[in-house]
Design a protein around this ligand. Structure first.
Ligand code: URA
Length: 209
């Protein structure tokens, strides 16, 4: 089967999985975009508007995300947008660790099917899903290598709506994405095998020169 067919099958499987937390309480928001994206953006969980429309990032934060994508010269159809938890938590509360864990096998398969070269986790929860030791204020905009992919954590657009400083940093990181996707100007940092602290491994970083 092709990627589109595989994604459809995965979505149907998720929709029928009654064991998933939030099943029956909110709509499934699977994700949308190109099956061969320049970059796969991964947020936390759908909010009110996303639940209503069954589409990721369509509220205020989503409009900012889509504007930033356009500003770097990409069409929305050239990227893929999804979330780690694919149903809206009640009152938009933060996703619980057990929810993230329960949705993980599906996100893992979604990433395997799409096989993106670059993943941009949006916000702390999504960043820590890939990089458990990372700190958003320190590591946003940096480039990590993980399992053959480049991970570029970014501030969540909702955080950028709350403060102009964060917005400026988010914009600056966004401007680097096209070069990262093209693989231009990337060099490995000296610790090419990554670093380890208290048994937790932080993957190696690349940086733009
Ligand atoms: N915030 C997210 O993390 N995801 C969405 O889809 C919308 C808002």
């Amino acid at each position: 089967m092709d990627k589109v067919g595989d994604l459809k099958k995965l979505e149907e499987e998720m929709a029928a999985d009654r064991g998933l937390p939030l099943f029956g309480q909110a709509n499934l928001v699977f994700g949308e975009g190109s099956p061969d994206p320049k970059c796969m953006f991964i947020g936390e969980a759908p909010g009110f508007h996303e639940d209503q429309q069954k589409r990721p990032f369509v509220g205020r934060a989503g409009q900012l995300l889509r504007k930033l994508i356009a500003e770097v010269g990409w069409k929305e159809e050239e990227v893929y947008i999804t979330n780690i938890v694919k149903r809206r938590p009640p009152e938009n509360r933060d996703p619980l660790p057990e929810e993230i864990e329960a949705y993980k096998p599906y996100l893992t398969r979604q990433i395997e099917i799409i096989d993106p070269k670059v993943i941009a986790p949006l916000g702390r929860f999504s960043m820590n899903y890939f990089l458990p030791e990372a700190k958003i204020s320190r590591d946003q905009g940096r480039v990590f290598r993980l399992n053959g992919r480049l991970i570029v954590p970014l501030y969540h657009p909702a955080a950028a709506l709350r403060g102009t400083g964060v917005l400026e940093e988010l914009k600056a990181s966004f401007r680097k994405l096209p070069m990262i996707v093209k693989g231009e100007g990337l060099v490995m940092m000296p610790s090419a095998t990554g670093t380890e602290s208290k048994g937790v491994k932080t993957p190696p970083q690349a940086k733009l020169f």
